[in-house]
Ligand binder design. Sequence first.
Ligand SMILES: C[S@@+](CC[C@H](N)C(=O)[O-])C[C@H]1O[C@@H](n2cnc3c(N)ncnc32)[C@H](O)[C@@H]1O
Length: 391
Amino acid sequence: MAKVFLKRMNRRISGGHLWIFYNEILKVEGEYENGSVVDVFRPDGSFFGKGYINDNSKIRVRILTWKNEVIDRNFIKNRIESALKRKKKLVKETTAFRVVHSEGDFLPGLIVDLFGDYLVFQITTLGMEKMKDWILDSLVEIFKPKGIYEKSEGTFREKEGLDNREEWVYGKGPELIEFEMNGFKFLADTRGQKTGFFLDQRENARMVMDLAEGKVCLDVFSYTGNFAVHLLKGGAKHVTLVDYSERALEVAREILKLNGFDSSRYDLLPGNAFDILKSFDREGRKYDLVVLDPPSFAKSSSNLESARRGYKEINLRAMRILKKPGVLVTSSCTQIVSEELFREILFDASFDTKTSLTVLRRGGQPPDHPVLMNVPETQYLKFYILQVDKR
Ligand SMILES: C[S@@+](CC[C@H](N)C(=O)[O-])C[C@H]1O[C@@H](n2cnc3c(N)ncnc32)[C@H](O)[C@@H]1O
């Protein structure tokens, strides 16, 4: 096994961060293939940990353990079991949750979601790809599922030299997998985005129910209608779902039917949310409650400014089309936009719209999407429910 020697022990590495960047490495001794497991040593030659290496990534080594233990099928199985144990106590009223959340569950590069009797997983790194057989064996042993779907796609895979893969790799299941969440019925779309459903908004979506009674609502960036279902269950008079994915809206229609809502209580509007919000503003349309749950607007700090503009634009438009008082449900999943920056953007939008914002509820990631204090990058989701008043 190749040996990686660190240049120095900085606070980040000593403090339990799992990433070792290319410029933090003094030398590598021995032959290795990209994706293989290496031993990592401190500058004084003592053992530090084990991780997998990839020369094509600036994150040269991702640490798997600080113990001198064998990385094999058992190691993977134990890691999945301990993630499951942590979550079982905390995740309630759902047949779907995230079993493995990459670094957050000490398995960098692996995401596994459980939807009822099925599992959907995604591998994002070459190191994890090499452990795929162990992962599959472990998942079958632990969950005895009816089927396991691999949904490994995205630009990050290309960078790691991996092809996209979307197929049933164990058993078989439906294209739309039914599950229950917060007591309601949902479908995970194996042909949809990410693992098929955004489980990270589970607890946040439940919070909007208390505020929905009798309201006319707009669910912008709705995907398959997670927020819309909660609003309608909470007694909303009407919800308009907006998303540019026609597929997502088709599945949303199925989910709304599955929950028995009368079709007069909702409509589905395909299109660009930025244009739709602008035109609603120009037309003077008014809503009691607006949900904004856009996709990530920036992957790196070079796009931070455009992300900031994007968030300001949609939040400003939403504030303008809200009745006063109205309720703005707003979130950001852009990891590089900090909580502080997000609040600053909301303040900017409120400044320009001459509104005042009262925080009714705050949210974030549920416990099945853990945040590691030692790895700040594991924190990405910001969520606010705000009352918007005239100033
Ligand atoms: C984070 S997901 C929303 C998840 C959803 N709120 C939920 O809880 O399931 C973002 C959604 O925004 C949609 N989207 C991205 N850019 C858009 C745009 N410019 N206009 C409309 N929809 C967009 C995507 O198709 C995706 O469904």
